[in-house]
Design a protein around this ligand. Structure first.
Ligand SMILES: Cc1cc2nc3c(=O)[nH]c(=O)nc-3n(C[C@H](O)[C@H](O)[C@H](O)COP(=O)(O)OP(=O)(O)OC[C@H]3O[C@@H](n4cnc5c(N)ncnc54)[C@H](O)[C@@H]3O)c2cc1C
Length: 364
């Protein structure tokens, strides 16, 4: 959205202050809304997952030039993207982040929408935006007939290591996508903690797709029925699984990824994220809408979940900017849904082929 002729005004309540929430808050602040963010967790630490940051993203979200260094484009570590967005949000007087604040449910009437926290506080606005991820509570309000993402049949082992720790010849700079013995490996270089892309100073990240450990997901309670509850943390992973993974990595993956994976395993700096998928039928209901993984969960193999979340944030602000003062909040959110639903469905569909072919128990 290039033009900004008037300030929309109004108040938004955003549930979830991770990447989609932060991007949504910045784009709504840009059109003049005040934003209250409610986030259940008060700390952030995540391994792995490289995210593709598009050119000028922060400028498009905020409408201001914050300089290239604020959020460089290209593949970036999740933690670096989070830190960059969070710093801009914290400096924005229109946005307030409240954490820890766990939302139990959301509701609405014809005048407003509100979120109720687990200590019974009611936080009210003109709209409520669910940016609360794959297991969204806000989705239960928007799409009660289809509230859950469905387990896709596999998990991803994620890790990240400094290149200086890996004594092996570097791979050519591009993303590696390797398939072997029923496994799939995505491996990539990320800037070093200081932002450096110089060889020897970068980081190596990997996502190892594994459909052979679904029993562990069930026995640890990470997967209940077809619904993912959470990520496998190092403490959930038995010693024998660490040993098996290290042996398999040694046998099947080439250098330098083999060394990177084994280094992470030896430090127990690996998490296992069970993958769910969610094909949306709707993105809004009245004054309540969804963005990011709350709205659509594609297989990470698409590599597009983050970019889609950014497009949601921009489209939401555009719909509200054009519509809040004229047709009202519900009408504006209908426009948001009309702009984003088909693309969101196509994105999820694009990952389903991989999930079906990879499927459970393919690994041998
Ligand atoms: C393993 C993996 C690999 C990925 N790889 C890629 C990739 O290569 N490329 C790409 O583009 N995308 C990738 N993605 C997707 C991308 O990470 C997400 O699309 C993006 O980060 C947006 O996530 P989100 O903010 O919508 O949800 P989340 O990151 O899940 O954040 C949701 C937030 O809401 C909070 N919350 C949840 N419930 C409540 C509640 N009741 N009350 C208050 N707060 C709540 C949570 O604490 C959390 O902070 C990957 C995802 C995964 C899981």
């Amino acid at each position: 959205m290039e033009r900004q002729t008037h300030k929309t005004g109004g108040a938004a309540v955003l549930v979830g202050a991770s990447l989609s929430g932060l991007m949504g808050a910045l784009s709504l602040s840009r059109i003049g809304m005040t934003v209250t963010m409610l986030e259940r967790s008060d700390g952030k630490a995540r391994a792995g997952a490289a995210l593709p940051v598009s050119e000028g993203l922060l400028q498009r979200l905020t409408g201001r030039s914050l300089g290239q260094h604020a959020l460089p484009s290209g593949p970036q570590a999740w933690a670096d993207v989070y830190a960059a967005l969070r710093a801009v949000v914290d400096a924005d007087p229109n946005i307030r982040v409240r954490a820890p604040a766990r939302v139990k449910f959301v509701d609405q009437d014809e005048h407003s929408a509100w979120a109720v926290t687990d200590n019974a506080e009611v936080v009210r606005g003109d709209i409520v935006v669910g940016a609360d991820g794959h297991a969204s509570i806000v989705r239960c309000h928007v799409a009660p007939e289809q509230p859950d993402a469905v387990f896709a049949g596999y998990l991803i082992w994620l890790g990240i290591v400094d290149e200086s720790e890996v004594r092996a010849q570097p791979w050519p700079d591009q993303l590696a996508i390797l398939e072997e013995r029923g496994y799939c490996l995505n491996a990539y270089y990320l800037p070093g903690a200081d932002g450096s892309l110089v060889r020897g100073h970068r980081r190596l990240g990997f996502g190892w797709y594994d459909a052979g450990r679904n029993d562990l997901l069930r026995s640890s309670g990470v997967l209940v029925g077809d619904v993912v509850q959470r990520t496998l943390r190092p403490a959930d992973i038995p010693d024998a699984t660490f040993r098996d993974l290290a042996a398999e990595a040694k046998a099947i993956w080439p250098a330098p990824w083999r060394e990177a994976i084994r280094d992470c395993l030896s430090r127990r700096a690996v998490i296992g994220t069970p993958i769910g998928e969610y094909m949306p039928q709707r993105l809004a209901r009245g004054r309540v809408c969804l963005v990011g993984d709350a709205a659509h969960v594609p297989s990470p193999m698409t590599g597009k979940g983050f970019d889609a979340s950014a497009l949601d944030a921009l489209a939401l602000a555009e719909a509200l900017h054009d519509g809040l003062a004229h047709g009202g909040a519900a009408e504006a959110l209908r426009h948001y849904e009309a702009k984003r639903l088909a693309a969101a469905r196509e994105l999820v569909r694009s990952g389903c082929g991989f999930s079906q072919s990879f499927g459970p128990h393919q690994a041998s």
